[in-house]
Ligand binder design. Sequence first.
Ligand code: SF4
Length: 463
Amino acid sequence: MYSIIMKDLAHKHDLDELIRVFLKPSEFEFIENRQYAEKNAIIIEHPPTIVDKDDLKRYYFRELNNMTGYQPPWGILTGVRPTKKCNEYLNNGLTKSEIQRLLVEEFYVSEDKARLVLETCFNQLSINQIPTDNLVGIYIGIPFCPTRCVFCSFASNQFDQKKIDLYLSALFQEIDYVALMLKNLKINPETIYIGGGTPTSLSEIDFERLIIKIHDQFDFSEVKEFTIEAGRPDTITLNKLECIHRYGGNRISINPQSMNQRTLNQIGRNHTAEQITEAFKMAKMVGIPIINADIIAGLPGESDLEFNRSLEQVIKLAPQNITVHTLAMKRASKLKVVDKDYNYKEHSSLNDLLKGSNATLKAFGYGPYYLYRQKQTTGNFENVGYALAGTQSIYNVRIMQEHQSIIALGAGGISKVYFPMENRHERVPNVSDLSHYIDRIQEMIKRKNDMIAGPLSGIVKKK
Ligand code: SF4
């Protein structure tokens, strides 16, 4: 047991995140005084002269690095968006080599990860301009999936037609309200993203009703991207793809996660690897311009060889975007319930695997253009979106940059209102429970009216 002596708890949260990179939560505790430490505990206490948050993180990083021998590749960076720091430096006119040096020397980031961050920031420069205030992103959540993946922590519900009918009826009310609100404010969507869950798990009739509703209600004159997640190949049909194409959908995401059948069975997928290939063929035949494919490194029981083979097979399918995730095992996932220490196991080689995937993807012309880290990600690694030149997703970049308001509809949707003058966000969440969302739809709409319409109108007027 490690006892961390922390008299002033102001930075406890930041340090807790850093220490969890080295130690399991059961292996350490914060205490105010060393007299409360357990017998035989290893005590770490910073000198009282260190008060700055980053200095404290540096101190504990060095101590734990010495004690455990582990050198976390992201150094003391614990945030979700490591590119933010790099972009700040770029905006302040620092050169590539100055930024690389700062990340490595001041933040203890490994040379590889520092290079990855820099490359990612440069690859998003073409769509990195701060958007005008009269454009927003729209997110619409469909929280249904055919089965539940073992690592899932989202608000995903299994198919239930009665619930879907009630859900769509509530969602359509929210769509009507938000579309009218934006028209009144003279604000247009720049991107529309239907996520989930798996939106394509709706029946063909419901799916078309949804797409038509969105198409008819929102002003598409400024829409540059209309994205639909079609994650599970077993939910994709020719009719749904044709519907997407007919109503202007120009991006879909088909997410194999793995092309290895044993892994697919093990993670709770109800489909074959061949169905993934078929779904890609159909989407190309229909003419969807940009397809993203998600793949996950660190899946339970999957060897490095199997992951690399999956990646090669996904590249052969020729999607324009490939997103390499690192397994995130959150509290609500089935696997975490079975094995609470999953995130700390089996991953000594994961960093090499991610490095290898970066090299492979680059060799096939894919460049990293967005990057984020999730809390409780295996080994505290990253998720990286790769794209062929000119196919980067604006929606993904805007989400990472946090320079635009995102209005989220549906159960679990978290809207973010961006205040450009203060460069800050305010979150406006919908309830995440499906039944609560259906029952409280009028309250969700009122929340949008009170907490989004008002501030957005002020922001647009100030311009
Ligand atoms: S497809 Fe995504 S949302 Fe659906 S169960 Fe799997 S991880 Fe969860």
